[in-house]
Design a protein around this ligand. Structure first.
Ligand SMILES: [Zn+2]
Ligand SMILES: [Zn+2]
Length: 170
């Protein structure tokens, strides 16, 4: 089977919070060690390599739970998907978007808008602008996200669910 395109991968850096969009091509990961993508801040974002048993292995340092997740990807998922989303095993937060450039960028835009809404709802905007308070605020933010399960089929807005959470708790 011929692979005729690059896959676009978007991952949010757990160290600096930026979303990095990377392109990977089949040839760069054909070697044993595969590729390691780095963020602008110098930290490793993910490693993608071929598995001997077939398919690919993707290691991502997760922004949501601080663990490294290992995903097994098939040939189709990596090279033929329009959009394939990988979630954190523990929080279910979306940690990686992969697929065609257009679809991945759209998904990242949607994700960013949702995050902004959540941050506004939680009232932690000002903290996120302060470097020192950033990680504390982000931890609080993630604690809230953790309780949310984004339901794609219903197209439910996760913001509504989160916003309601704290008000009803006693
Ligand atoms: Zn970074
Ligand atoms: Zn995780």
């Amino acid at each position: 089977m011929l692979i005729n395109r690059k896959a676009t991968m978007a991952v949010r850096c757990p160290w600096c919070g930026n979303i990095r969009i990377n392109k990977v091509d089949p040839f760069s990961i054909s070697g044993g060690d595969g590729i390691t993508a780095k963020c602008m801040c110098g930290q490793d974002l993910f490693t993608l390599k071929k598995r001997q048993a077939g398919g690919y292995q993707l290691n991502i340092s997760c922004i949501a739970c601080d663990y490294e997740h290992i995903y097994r990807l098939g040939y189709r998922e990596l090279w033929k998907s329009d959009l394939f989303i990988l979630n954190c095993h523990y929080t279910n937060m979306e940690v990686c978007f992969l697929g065609s450039e257009t679809n991945v960028k759209q998904a990242v835009d949607r994700y960013e808008r949702e995050m902004e809404e959540i941050i506004k709802e939680l009232g932690i905007e000002e903290f996120l602008e302060d470097e020192d308070l950033w990680s504390d605020s982000f931890t609080r933010f993630l604690d809230s996200v953790e309780k949310v399960n984004y339901n794609k089929e219903l197209g439910k807005n996760i913001v509504d669910l989160i916003a309601r959470g704290p008000k009803h708790s006693k």
